[in-house]
Design a protein around this ligand. Sequence first.
Ligand SMILES: N[C@@H](CCC(=O)N[C@@H](CS)C(=O)NCC(=O)O)C(=O)O
Length: 119
Amino acid sequence: MLKVIRLVLGYIIVAISFITSPRKAKRPVEQQAQVNKVAEGLTLYQFYACPFCVKVRRAMRRLNIPVATLNAQQAEHKTALLEGGGRVKVPCLRIVENGSSQWLYESKEIVAYLEQRCA
Ligand SMILES: N[C@@H](CCC(=O)N[C@@H](CS)C(=O)NCC(=O)O)C(=O)O
């Protein structure tokens, strides 16, 4: 029952977030190309109706950073998250830099990281 309530609330948050979508940042073409380059090394493991994931997706939109998203409810992505990050908790941002991966948990930390990379 609790799971159903959480799911319903999650979808209500998704709907409100859709209606109140933040504006995408507008940058000069070269700057946006740099941000797009940064995004190439990033992947967000998430659940669609998780409020913390909604928060990160809103930040991604606001910052106009095209980070790939993966549904951590799918077996292959869930396994990758568990093996790479150590636990199945979302949101989690996988950061690939210089050939090595870092797994960043906590929506607040993820948003701060994205803001810093887009600055
Ligand atoms: N404080 C975390 C909360 C994240 C969270 O509770 N995520 C839930 C889904 S909405 C989850 O993955 N729970 C599984 C777990 O904690 O093991 C954040 O801000 O990212």
